[in-house]
Design a protein around this ligand. Structure first.
Ligand code: PEP
Ligand code: MN
Length: 447
């Protein structure tokens, strides 16, 4: 990026900053940030630029972006099984999507750093007791006690370390045979053999493997190059002190990079063009996502994209549309028109999760698979009608056999939610639901 006037990694501090924790001990915070700033980067500028290029491909319809993972990673779940299970589902889904779209799939986890959460309220009250709200494991802990909820600067280091451990394991798996597209049997899940979608998936694997060989013959090196797999990382760029501490210059390159992740995104609640988050994001060279929801006005979005990408750089901006089934038909068309009329180059992706969250009568936060599926289908239809390209999806899912979202062919009902509800924030699709959705998206890509 060339035009970053008056920007420094800390210039956001001059702006109004939302959604930050209130640390009681400023010296302790500064001490943690100084230590964080000395630690090595988690990712490289080559990887970041490669992802940007692949996002550019997806915007042009030559690839499809699959961005998925936990709503909120937990430090305690940084273990062998959780990482492998989530990676396996990501691989299986991507395999189904390659088959559907017959194009390269760019895999991006909400992983290795998705530890900070925006919240609707600063506090939470239970049985007359009011405490700080849980803001993700980078900030405090979810248990409802005063000490757990107190923001702790040391957690910034614990989060960075867990992100490094997670990424290290993902890289090692991907460098070995695990991620070879020719051996999808490596991605089978122990519990999955008697689930509805696993059966369908295993029946498809043979024909998909044949299709892959066919593609390699037809497309040659271009397709073969994607045969061994990359997995990129992403998280919401919310905790600006944390992001700043990992923002670096790189030898022989212009500009600054956020080295804590390949692909940070701006959350729906921190999108103000005059606010601190947008100030921070305008100066980094990473590709960036913007969550776009029902309250985004078309002019506001155009203005925001122009501030973040004044040179209309290819691959720089991904719009993550998340309206909810009730709003999508009203909102997406006007947004698409405004962005197209302004001649802006962006990748459009669909997040069918965040506009479709509701609480059951007993107060459990959930989402219905049917609504999620319907929003995906509507977004595909609206893009077709507008001659634009839906080039990716953004999902909250897990390889764990949880019961957090209702519906789907495995027929999880409201009474089942208590059986295996593990998410500390938003409800995720489980293996079966994620695979069912992948098949449905594959059908749309074929259409
Ligand atoms: C999220 O992606 O977990 C999230 C909080 O999303 P949004 O900013 O779209 O509400
Ligand atoms: Mn979420």
């Amino acid at each position: 990026m060339s035009t970053t006037n008056n920007w420094t990694p800390g210039s956001w501090q001059q702006k109004v900053v939302l959604q930050q924790p209130n640390y009681l001990d400023g010296d302790q915070l500064q001490n943690a940030l100084q230590r964080l700033a000395k630690l090595p980067p988690l990712v490289t500028s080559w990887e970041i630029e490669s992802l940007k290029n692949q996002i550019g491909d997806a915007a042009e319809g030559k690839a499809f972006l699959l961005q998925a993972g936990d709503c909120s990673e937990s430090l305690d779940d940084c273990d062998n099984d959780s990482i492998v299970r989530n990676l396996k589902v990501l691989m299986q889904m991507s395999f189904v999507l390659i088959y559907g779209g017959m194009k390269k799939v760019v895999r991006v986890g909400r992983v290795a750093g998705q530890y900070a959460k925006p919240r609707s309220n600063d506090t939470e009250t239970r049985d007359g007791v009011t405490l700080e709200v849980y803001r993700g494991d980078l900030v405090n802990r979810s248990a409802f006690t005063e000490s757990d909820r107190k923001p702790d600067p040391e957690l910034l280091l614990r989060g960075y370390e867990r992100a490094a451990l997670t990424l290290n394991f993902i890289r090692a798996l991907c460098a070995g045979g695990f991620a070879d597209l020719h051996h999808p049997e490596n991605w089978s899940l122990d519990f999955a053999s008697d689930t509805v979608q696993a059966d369908k998936y295993s029946r498809m694997v043979d024909s998909i493997t044949d299709a892959l060989k066919f593609m390699e013959v037809v497309r040659g090196a271009e397709f073969r190059a994607s045969g061994s797999v990359d997995v990129f990382t992403s998280h919401e760029g919310l905790h600006l002190n944390y992001e700043q501490a990992q923002t670096r210059r790189v030898p022989r390159r212009e500009g600054w990079y956020n080295m804590s992740t390949h692909f940070p995104w701006i959350g729906y609640r921190t999108r103000d063009v005059n606010g601190a988050h947008v100030e921070y994001f305008r100066g980094i060279s990473n590709p960036i996502g913007i969550k776009v929801g029902p309250k985004f006005e078309p002019d506001e979005l155009v203005n925001l994209i122009q501030s973040l990408n004044p040179d209309d750089e290819r691959g720089r901006i991904t719009l993550i549309h998340r309206y909810g089934v009730d709003e999508v038909a009203n909102r997406l068309p006007v947004i698409l028109k405004a962005v197209t009329d302004a001649g802006l180059r962006v990748l459009h992706t669909c997040d069918p999760m965040h506009g479709n969250t509701f609480s059951t009568n007993s107060g459990i936060k959930t989402r219905s698979f049917d609504k999620i599926a319907e929003e995906v289908q509507q977004q595909f239809r609206i893009h077709r009608e507008h001659g634009t390209i839906l080039g990716g999806v953004h999902l909250e899912m897990t390889g764990d056999n949880v019961t957090e979202c209702i519906g789907g062919q495995s027929q999880i009902g409201e009474p089942d939610l208590v059986k295996a509800y593990k998410s500390a924030v938003d409800p995720r699709l489980n293996y079966d639901q994620a695979m069912e959705l992948a098949f449905l998206i594959a059908d749309q890509l074929k259409a």
